[in-house]
Design a protein around this ligand. Structure first.
Ligand code: CCH
Length: 287
């Protein structure tokens, strides 16, 4: 009967788990990138998609995936994230029903879980928006600055001091690239596994200015292979922040619990979920 409306495909939890599995399998396969994983750069993509949120105007956030477009893709803070977006293109092609906005965040969740991090609860429902929804440059943190700047940026998103420190633990993952941010090196010795080592190293190691022609950054005195940004060092230079650094350095379970909650909050900033949207947790592939 030609009067019957075509059935809409309404994806369910199982469909999103398939997308998750596809991303996890690609992470396993494509292990010749950087330190052996696209995981860290996928986490950074999800964070930079979300961290543009402004609670006063309700603009920015992961709903929209506007980093697909210039000018946002060309913002200095987003240098290098094309690698993450390109990594996900074949996944989008295989599952065309998923929005880029939901896909980028699902990839962030998948990367954290597959890199031995905590479970990150997920809700679907982000819609892609067009170039007009691009946010202005300057909404993401500047690594050269310190605690006042961090508070300005993260309070604008609606986070408190504890949450700022919990989020910063993501720097256990990945590294800085001279051809992206200008900075150089990893924060920890295991940049493809999520641990609380970022906090431990901040407290336990002696940090000195790196002598080089690049931007001002710290190196560990002992091995001179690890790095900290001025913005990282700010969280032990500030007394209130440092209390939380100590808590997370001493207790990985507490870090995982708080990291999971704060990352879920970050990934959902400004997303207009429909009432009754279910919260899902995906089964890790590489557990
Ligand atoms: Fe970050 N981050 N980040 N970051 N970041 C960089 C890399 C990663 C700042 C600056 C930088 C968060 C917060 C901050 C990741 C996750 C998070 C780099 C190097 C700079 C610079 C980029 C390059 O050269 O490739 C500053 C400043 C802040 C202030 O708070 C938060 C929050 C998160 C996630 C929750 C991850 C992961 C990376 C590694 C990316 C990679 O490609 O290895």
């Amino acid at each position: 009967d030609s009067n019957v409306a075509p059935k809409l495909f309404v994806p369910k939890f199982e469909d999103y788990q398939k997308v998750y599995n596809e991303i996890a399998n690609r992470l396993e396969e494509k292990d010749d990138y950087d330190d052996g994983s696209y995981g860290p750069v996928l986490v950074r993509l999800a964070w930079h998609a979300s961290g543009t949120y402004d609670k006063e105007t309700g603009t920015g956030g992961s709903n929209g995936a506007t980093m697909r477009f210039s000018p946002e893709s060309d913002h200095g803070a987003n240098a290098g994230l094309k690698a993450a977006r390109d990594f996900l293109e074949p996944v989008k092609a295989k599952f065309p029903w998923i929005t880029y906005s939901d896909l980028w965040i699902l990839a962030g969740v998948c990367a954290i879980q597959e890199m031995m991090g905590p479970t990150i609860p997920y809700r679907a429902g982000r819609q892609d928006r067009d170039v007009a929804a691009c946010t202005p440059d300057g909404r993401l943190p500047d690594a050269a600055q310190a605690q006042d700047h961090l508070r300005n940026i993260f309070y604008r998103m609606g986070f408190n001091d504890q949450e700022i420190v919990a989020l910063s633990g993501a720097h256990a993952l990945g590294r800085c690239h001279t051809d992206r941010s200008g900075y150089s090196g990893p924060w920890t010795f295991s940049p493809t596994v999520l641990t609380n080592d970022y906090y431990k190293l901040l407290i336990e190691e002696k940090w000195q200015w790196k002598k080089w022609n690049g931007p001002k950054q710290y190196e560990d005195k002992k091995t001179q292979t690890l790095m900290m940004l001025p913005a990282d060092m700010a969280i032990i230079q500030d007394k209130k922040f440092k209390e939380w650094v100590k808590v997370y350095a001493a207790d990985n379970d507490k870090f995982f619990q708080d990291f999971s909650a704060v990352v879920k909050k970050l990934f959902e900033l400004g997303v207009p979920f429909k009432e009754g949207t279910e919260t899902w947790t995906f089964k890790p592939v590489n557990a």
